[in-house]
Design a protein around this ligand. Structure first.
Ligand code: AHM
Ligand code: MG
Length: 342
């Protein structure tokens, strides 16, 4: 066997050995997530075939309605993590309130970790065969193990995260994660059904190449953001000598992943309308904070336009935020333009 092949299990185990106090729970939780990712990837590969196979009687034999993929992915994540004793509380973008995990077996302790996830981000893209992703973050719970998990466990600043990652369902399936210091990427080898280490120690390269935003909303941005957009694309006197090129998938994980590997900045600013408070779209807990941790561990930075996204203390589960994420200097430039022009 090629000695260079490292499975995600081997890799996580190796990292665990660096922490003699580790019990293995955290490693096992990461495997659970990897397995959930494989199940979701398999289902996504068949997207679009549901109706055909249903008509052929291959699936939906009981006449059940085909489950939407985001609902399916949500179920997979919940089921994979409900009975392991590793997770005490979960929150998902798909559900209004948190899920307190009480093990069915009363002798089993309630888990010590908090799992927060967006089961399929960008799910509207599935209909046109465009990449989507799952985003997750893991925190240590604040409330005592054995007591019910509460909002206090979920509403922690990104800085306190134990790990974050995503699974991208693209031309191949990849899982990328960080436990806060380094970022590693694993590609699913479909015939083995294993995630293999393909991108060790990812660093956002310099110089940044891409600016990623939905520029159709430019009219709704604040003056500072509008000027920042002009700066990135060579229309301000101090613009970079080589302006950024533009790439926007409209699937956050895909846009983030490309910029992580090739350099760039993704920005989804708040929208402004006269007489109304600014409206942001992306969710702090499910989307912005985990990608912020990954960016930071890869040498980049994420901001809400005024401060490090990892310093924002959430006040509600589904809180929304503006997001600027990518190469550090480019994100700091966004903060500078917003500080100067609003
Ligand atoms: P979702 O959580 O409902 O899937 O929405 C999040 C998605 C992100 O993946 C993406 O960055 C953004 O919405 C795209 O929004 P827009 O269509 O406004 O550009
Ligand atoms: Mg989402």
């Amino acid at each position: 066997m090629d000695p260079k092949i490292v499975t995600i299990e081997q890799h996580i185990l190796e990292r665990e050995r660096l922490h003699p106090e580790a019990t293995g729970t955290f490693s096992n939780l990461l495997y659970d997530i990897a397995l959930a990712g494989k199940i979701i990837a398999r289902e996504i590969r068949r997207a679009g075939l549901g109706n055909i196979l249903g008509e052929m009687g291959v699936i939906n034999v009981q006449g059940e309605k085909q489950m939407k993929l985001d609902v399916f992915a949500n179920e997979v994540f919940i089921r994979m993590n409900s009975y392991t004793g590793r997770v005490g509380v979960m929150a998902t973008e798909e559900m209004e309130t948190l899920m307190n995990i009480v093990p069915e077996n009363p002798t089993m302790a309630q888990g010590k970790y908090v799992l927060i996830f967006d089961p399929i981000d960008g799910s509207s893209n599935i209909a046109s065969n465009v990449s989507v992703g799952t985003i997750f973050s893991i925190y240590r719970r604040k409330t005592p193990i054995g007591s019910p998990g509460t909002l206090e466990d979920c509403l922690q600043p990104g800085r306190d995260m134990a790990a974050a990652g995503y699974i991208i369902y693209g031309s191949s399936t990849m899982m990328v994660y960080t436990a806060g210091r380094t970022v590693h990427g694993f590609t699913l080898e479909p015939s083995l059904g294993e995630f293999l280490l393909s991108h060790p120690n990812i660093r956002i390269p310099e110089p940044p190449r891409y600016g990623s935003t939905n520029a159709a909303y430019a009219r709704c941005w604040s003056p500072g953001v509008q000027r920042y957009h002009r700066y990135l694309h060579g229309m301000e006197t101090e613009s970079p000598a080589v302006p950024l090129s533009s790439r926007y998938v409209g699937s956050l994980v895909a846009d983030f992943h490309r910029n992580l590997l090739q350099g760039g900045v993704f920005y989804y600013p708040a929208h402004h309308a006269p007489g109304q408070p600014p409206q942001a779209k992306l969710r702090l807990l499910y989307e912005a904070a985990p990608l912020g941790l990954i960016a930071a561990a890869a040498g980049g930075y994420a901001s809400d336009g005024t401060r490090d996204i990892l310093d924002v203390v959430p006040t509600e589960l589904h809180q929304r935020t503006a997001l600027f994420v990518g190469n550090r200097a480019m994100v700091e430039k966004a903060e500078a333009y917003i500080a100067r022009y609003g």
